[in-house]
Write a protein that binds this ligand. Structure first.
Ligand SMILES: Cc1cc2nc3c(=O)[nH]c(=O)nc-3n(C[C@H](O)[C@H](O)[C@H](O)COP(=O)(O)OP(=O)(O)OC[C@H]3O[C@@H](n4cnc5c(N)ncnc54)[C@H](O)[C@@H]3O)c2cc1C
Length: 417
């Protein structure tokens, strides 16, 4: 079923045009080819090189259309290969492109590359931008972001123990990371390193620095792709054993790593939530289609009250998730303090997404958990989002902290702003 995207009366013509053009590519080029676009495997599980090559060609064809439509890499300025949409336009575009499987990579805005591009843009020197950012945007390179460690709490990045120490004009990196996404294909990793003594007094937030490490650097050992949800994955485990890189590979000032991570995650969370809205929209369309066509016990599913509950609850979840995320994006666009709103959507949207997909799976029965539909992988993605980019509990703590801080200061919450 094509995605039903019409101009939104309250949006400006340019934003509506972006949504419409994105929907045309999703409906005409991606959805009809979804089975071909990502397939490199035969039904018996062996790799099919002909199919793989055809998939690659198809992806390049669609990416060329995206570029011709002026929609490539919406998060980046034109001088670095993007189409520079601005925060709100990009958010509105994401809900449309995410309706299709793999839409993000076909529009040049795929994590972790997109987050790395934003960090290179903000913290990189001109030389670093030429060397790493432009090839990344043009698709000539791949990258990963290497922060989380198996032995320390990823939800408290200040606990991370990977160190970078100065040795002449070089950094020498030692540590153990895992869940570095895209780790199989990455040409370079942006690595979060402790560059100060953890026991030294001072600001814990200024102890971290992000450093670019090419993946062919001696001492960088890829241990494995950590299997996830019962399948192989490219979320990789790495040992950094005396990895030596020149000092100019450092991103921004020494100690800027924590702030850079916050910058990356704040905007990224809003985009991820709009992606989740697009995927919920898809799950919803699939669910409605099924209840209208499936007969059970002498009648269509759509006649059953349980199903009415599923549809209504899903509609409410999607509307609430979408409007909360748009309100947050509007605040970010207006450069207002949106930290509480970001934490709120980071908790609410993945949970709403999980509920909607869960209902869609239930409606489809066995087919819902099969790979014939995108619902099973959506479900895994939705559940995973409740951990990645900061678990639910950490964001709830932040929300409560911000609320109490304001009330302790003698104010109350203004939900209108
Ligand atoms: C599919 C996937 C891809 C990922 N990709 C990347 C990547 O590319 N690069 C990267 O660096 N990392 C990546 N991660 C890692 C991710 O960012 C971390 O998993 C996340 O930050 C949580 O860290 P942790 O796993 O160490 O859990 P922990 O920090 O150990 O937390 C575990 C649990 O403890 C609870 N908890 C934590 N803090 C509190 C608290 N203050 N109060 C109460 N309860 C609390 C929460 O329930 C939490 O889920 C990825 C993770 C996944 C699943």
């Amino acid at each position: 079923m094509p995605m039903n995207v019409n101009p939104v009366p309250t949006l400006n013509p340019r934003t509506n045009e972006i949504r419409t053009k994105t929907a045309q590519i999703v409906n005409n080029d991606i959805l009809p080819n979804e089975n071909e676009l990502w397939s490199a495997w035969r039904p018996d599980g062996t790799r099919d090189t002909t199919r793989r090559e055809r998939s690659r060609e198809l992806r390049l064809e669609i990416q060329a259309k995206v570029k011709a439509a002026g929609l490539w890499a919406p998060h980046l300025p034109a001088e670095y290969g993007g189409c520079d949409l601005g925060f709100l336009d990009h958010a509105y575009m994401n809900e449309v492109l995410a309706y299709s499987l793999g839409g993000a990579s076909l529009f040049g805005v795929q994590a972790p590359n997109s987050g790395n591009q934003k960090i290179l843009l903000k913290y990189g020197t001109e030389e670093q931008k030429q060397k790493w950012l432009i090839p990344l945007t043009e698709g000539r390179m791949q990258s990963g972001f290497s922060m989380t460690e198996p032995d320390n709490a990823g939800s408290d990045p200040r606990s991370l123990q990977t160190t970078a120490t100065r040795d002449g004009d070089d950094w020498l990196i030692n540590g153990h990371k895992w869940f570095t996404s895209n780790g199989n294909d990455a040409d370079f990793l942006i690595v979060m390193c402790r560059t100060e003594d953890p026991d030294a007094p001072g600001d814990r937030n200024s102890a971290m620095t992000q450093i670019i490490v090419p993946t062919d650097t001696p001492g960088l050992n890829r241990i494995r792709g950590v299997p996830v949800w019962g399948q192989e994955s490219d979320h990789c485990e790495f040992i950094y054993d005396n990895v030596r890189v020149p000092r100019e590979n450092q991103l921004g000032a020494s100690g800027a790593g924590h702030q850079a991570a916050q910058d990356r995650l704040g905007a990224g969370r809003v985009y991820h939530c709009m992606n989740s809205v697009g995927q919920m929209w898809r799950a919803f369309d699939l669910m409605v289609d099924r209840v209208m066509t499936r007969e059970v016990h002498g009648g269509l599913l759509e006649e059953k009250q349980f199903m009415h509950g599923f549809l209504a609850d899903s509609y409410i979840d999607i509307q609430a998730a979408r409007l909360m995320t748009i309100a947050t994006a509007e605040k970010m666009n207006a450069e207002q303090d949106a930290r509480t709103d970001i934490s709120a959507i980071k908790v609410f949207v993945p949970n709403a997404y999980t509920r909607v997909v869960d209902r869609a799976i239930q409606v489809y029965g066995a087919k819902g958990v099969s790979n014939d539909l995108p619902l099973a992988s959506m479900y895994q993605g939705a559940r995973t989002l409740r951990i990645a980019d900061g678990p639910d509990e950490v964001h709830k703590i932040l929300i409560a902290k911000n609320i109490l801080k304001r009330y302790h200061a003698g104010e109350s919450w203004d939900f209108g702003n």
